[in-house]
Design a binder for this molecule. Structure first.
Ligand SMILES: [Fe+2]
Length: 352
């Protein structure tokens, strides 16, 4: 090619390169920023888990660091109220390290703009910087697809993470008022038992949502969230399993008994039969009906149980009703699905 041809061809190819780049960026932003290309039912099903992700993020961040999204990623709270009663837990270095990792993972789950976290001042999710970060994140499959990048989401709902709320849950589970009241932030074992309460609910929700999703993007996101959520639950269960026979300080109740009682409570509140099992079970409920140890919960085929949004709301509200807020969500959960129940809709009205 002669020098004149290069002179004309080079700028032209650069133009086409940037034209392709900017048009891809534009279609990505238009397609995901407000979730316009996703079916309405997918958007609702993707928004609903934000309730649990906010809950997990605040519990783990506070547990590890003594602060939550308001300091770590205030733009993700989107003006929602600060959680009630969350605090730093008295943890040993290993458990604190693991909980810190979980906390950051939860930020990632909520966030669509990981690059903005910590290194940049709070900014609107659709700021130019964020749009660029989203574009490049989209080029890396592992980083693509956190909830707020896929759907618009809603501000952080009011969360009650106070020792008093956890004490009520544990009292409900064991069937009596414990003295002293159960304090989730007091030590490793208490914090892990309190943690046992949370990711498993999200896990079953993702399993339940998956077959009802229509778009590949939504399915990819839920599969990614389910993978990490399951791993978190497995780590918590494994750490507790090592101490399954330990009597929890102040109570004549073993770690295994606590998990069994919490699982039973969730089943009772969920109102949909057996979908939850503690760390030690009757042999008939163990894997292949052959073993009592139950470090990972599963059904008769060792597959994860699934839950509907209604069941999850009944559990996280602690009331057994998706239309009666309480528990972790004293003013109710966010998103269209939760709102449909709070507006007095019958629990059977919203079926996905
Ligand atoms: Fe999560």
């Amino acid at each position: 090619m002669n020098p004149a041809a290069i002179f004309f061809a080079l700028p032209l190819s650069i133009f086409f390169f940037f034209f392709t780049l900017t048009s891809s960026s534009a279609s990505f932003a238009a397609g995901t920023k407000g979730g316009e290309e996703l079916p309405r039912s997918d958007i609702d099903l993707l928004e609903f888990p934000l309730n649990l992700e906010y809950l997990e993020a605040e519990f783990f961040l506070f547990g590890a660091f003594g602060y939550g999204l308001d300091k770590e990623a205030p733009y993700l709270a989107a003006g929602g109220p600060s959680p009630i009663g969350a605090r730093k837990a008295d943890l040993t270095p290993l458990v604190r390290d693991i909980v810190a990792q979980f906390g950051y993972q939860e930020v990632g789950h909520i966030s669509g703009c990981r690059r903005l976290r910590a290194r940049r001042p709070p900014a609107a999710l659709d700021s130019p910087a964020c749009t660029r970060a989203n574009f490049f994140a989209q080029r890396r499959p592992a980083a693509a697809g956190a909830i707020k990048k896929t759907v618009k989401g809603f501000p952080r709902p009011l969360l009650d993470l106070s020792p008093n709320n956890f004490a009520k849950i544990i009292d409900n589970a064991v069937g009596r008022k414990l003295q002293p009241p159960f304090d989730p932030y007091a030590n490793d074992i208490n914090y892990l038992i309190a943690s046992y309460v949370i990711p498993y609910v999200g896990l079953t929700g993702y399993v339940g949502a998956n077959p009802n999703l229509k778009s590949p993007e939504a399915k990819r996101l839920v599969a990614g969230l389910l993978g990490v959520e399951s791993a978190q639950d497995a780590v918590i269960r494994a750490l507790l399993y090592e101490h399954k026979r330990l009597k929890v300080p102040s109570y004549n109740i073993s770690v295994a008994e606590f998990t069994d009682k919490i699982s039973q409570l969730r089943d009772k509140l969920g109102g949909a039969g057996l979908k939850d099992k503690g760390l030690v079970v009757p042999v008939k409920y163990g894997a292949e009906g052959k073993i009592r140890g139950n470090v990972i919960a599963g059904n008769e085929y060792s597959l994860s149980y699934s839950r509907t949004p209604e069941e999850i709301l009944r559990i996280v509200y602690g009331t057994g009703s998706a239309s009666k807020p309480g528990g972790f969500h004293p003013k109710g959960a966010g998103g269209a699905i939760a709102a449909s129940f709070l507006k007095g809709g019958s629990e059977e009205k919203v079926v996905y």
